[in-house]
Design a protein around this ligand. Structure first.
Ligand code: UT7
Length: 312
């Protein structure tokens, strides 16, 4: 029992904030941000624009791309850490906004920046069990709501946006989500976490060290499990947290830089939306072609980390 990717869509808020804009908001410089992170700009949602608003637009675009309607979807899984409401889930709200009448189940996954890999893991399990026909996976975050403008070490790192992917049941096990691995280490949660008053606390250098070792670890596990090497993979789409982390991880894995998709310069770190947004961007710009094999490692608060292998 397998699956295949039948549609994608994304949404980025209209407002683009570049590093020079940030210089006016916090004690930083374009030079520091570019050198340390590779980020140049990010999108910030309007005050009245919610995670559900962004997720709904990305979902509608994915439905249009797939040429199906919302009632053709029989499960929605949303990766998000920044929902405005504690309940109900962003997933059911998206179904409501899109006018679903088929009573499909929906739920949110809180895996922080690894959230979309956790969501892919769930989707793969449901397809493997033969339980669902069409699953919509959404990554949506309003990270700007969590920014502490008195902490320059985290204020410059994040952006907002949403992406959606639709997978359909297929008899082939070599298309769509082929394999996934997800892990966590709750003992390290203090390294990177949110606070009750919605701020981000991060020990940057310690988080950096973990990211450059754990993302390649998950990617290697997936390649070994699938019996493939870096040569067999067309693209690596890593979680977009920092260009230096992406490049160091690629080097450790033996991937040439031409095979690495980079969107961190345009979107900054959009946490649970990062990989889904990146893939949509790559399709829209004809960078990644349908049918190619994509390795998808991620890492984030939890700590959580993991990877997926997807034939797109
Ligand atoms: O998505 C989830 C996972 N997240 C990550 O993987 C993020 C991992 N960490 C990182 O990407 C990097 O650690 C950061 C980009 C957050 C920071 O880069 P760094 O090279 O580790 O810098 P640092 O924290 O060691 O700080 C170096 C210097 C300090 O100044 P001193 O003490 O050397 O004088 C900081 O105060 O840079 C200073 N600094 C800044 N300067 C200008 C910190 N933030 C800024 C800033 N602008 N925004």
């Amino acid at each position: 029992m397998g699956n295949r990717l039948i549609g994608y869509g994304s949404y980025l808020p209209e407002r683009i904030v570049n590093n020079f804009d940030l210089e006016k908001m916090v004690d930083t410089s374009d030079e520091w941000i570019v050198q340390r992170t590779g980020m140049r700009e990010r999108h910030f949602a309007r005050d009245d624009e919610s995670v559900v608003d962004m997720a709904t637009i990305a979902a509608a675009r994915a439905l249009e791309n797939a040429g199906i309607t919302i009632n053709d979807i029989d499960m929605v899984i949303v990766a998000t850490t920044t929902p405005e409401l504690d309940f109900p889930s962003v997933g059911v709200q998206v179904l409501g906004r899109l006018g679903a009448t088929n009573n499909a189940p929906a739920f949110d996954v809180r895996g922080a920046c690894t959230g979309y890999i956790y969501a892919l893991h769930c989707a793969r399990a449901f397809f493997t069990a033969g339980m669902h026909q069409r699953i919509m996976l959404i990554g949506a975050e309003k990270m700007s709501r969590f920014i502490d403008w008195s902490d320059r070490s985290t204020a410059v790192l994040f952006g907002d946006g949403a992406g959606a992917l639709i997978f359909e049941h297929s008899s082939s096990s070599y298309s769509g989500i082929i394999d996934t691995v997800v892990m966590s280490d709750g003992g390290e949660f203090e390294m990177l976490h949110g606070t009750p008053d919605h701020h981000i606390i991060m020990n940057g250098p310690e988080t950096y060290k973990k990211a450059v070792s754990l993302m390649p670890q998950a990617a290697n596990y997936i390649m070994e499990h699938a019996g493939i090497t870096a040569d067999n993979v067309d693209w690596i789409v890593p979680h977009q947290a920092n260009l230096r982390i992406i490049q160091s991880g690629a080097q450790r894995l033996g991937f040439p830089l031409e095979k690495i998709l980079v969107t961190v310069d345009k979107h900054a770190n959009t946490s649970g939306a990062s990989g889904v947004l990146a893939l949509s961007y790559a399709f829209d710009n004809n960078i990644i072609k349908r049918g190619q094999l994509v390795l998808y490692p991620a890492f984030g608060s939890g700590l959580t980390w993991g990877a997926a292998l997807i034939r797109v």
